[in-house]
Design a protein around this ligand. Sequence first.
Ligand code: ING
Length: 305
Amino acid sequence: MRSLRVGAAQLGPIMRDTTRREVVDRLIVLMREANAEDCGLVVFPELALTTFFPRWYLDDDPQELDSYYETQMPGPETQRLFDEAKALGIGFYLGYAELTPEGERYNTSVLVDESGSLVGKYRKVHLPGHEEHEPERPFQHLERRYFKEGPDGFGVWEAFDGIIGMALCNDRRWPETYRVMALQNAEMILIGYNTPMHYAPDPSQNPLQSFHNQLVMQAGAYQNGTWVVGVAKGGIEEGVDSLAESVIIAPSGQIVAQATTTDDELVVADCDLDWCKHYKNTLFDFDRYRRPEMYELITRPKTDQ
Ligand code: ING
């Protein structure tokens, strides 16, 4: 049985003046805890190195804006996280803000295997929020101003004796995210998130944040026969209350482990990657029901009606 013990490493708030060093210290504490519980993989949140800076309009302080991005991964502040992982023989997923040498800015995650090698990189496709400063909002959500949409779509990588996919936050709300990776045989999809409880465009959704969070990831897992690991940066961060409830979900759609605090918390589960076959070889047998010509037939616009 291909069993992978996964640690979902939820983070509590990271404040504006929290240093990278303080954050990496917290990540290493969680990584060591995961190692002590024999995890092979530890999953950190989206934008795990800094406060969720898209909540502010920062054009008047470009230096502060740039301070939230990493120009190297690993870089001077994160090398010791990679070193610790290699020393412990544990892999990890890390979300962070990426500034490329060409000056492109992405909301990015990397997958690092147990040998400390960088296996894969993903750049967020679904950027929520808005492009221009909207001062009437209680807080901004300027991901569409501070990041560019990832140009590569969704990929999967062979690692941890399985096929691992990556996504970020808003991606988890879109069914295509899971399906595109499942069509590449994903067996586990890792998703870090920062989700404010208040959704300014439609506050009627506020009381449903927890429900929607579970709904989309449980459906994504079940309808694609894949594990889904959702990891929050939660709690009240610079006055904004963000959803925690990090979760590990089986290919059946069942929640097998969930965070109970809004702070740094490790959630551990043994994930049998062969469980995926129970769904990929029966109900959701894509070779049988999603042959390309069937897909084309189903998705073709119905012009003849
Ligand atoms: N955050 C949020 C998310 O999709 C959001 C944006 C908040 C959408 C609240 C809906 C409700 O979870 C990110 N970073 O994508």
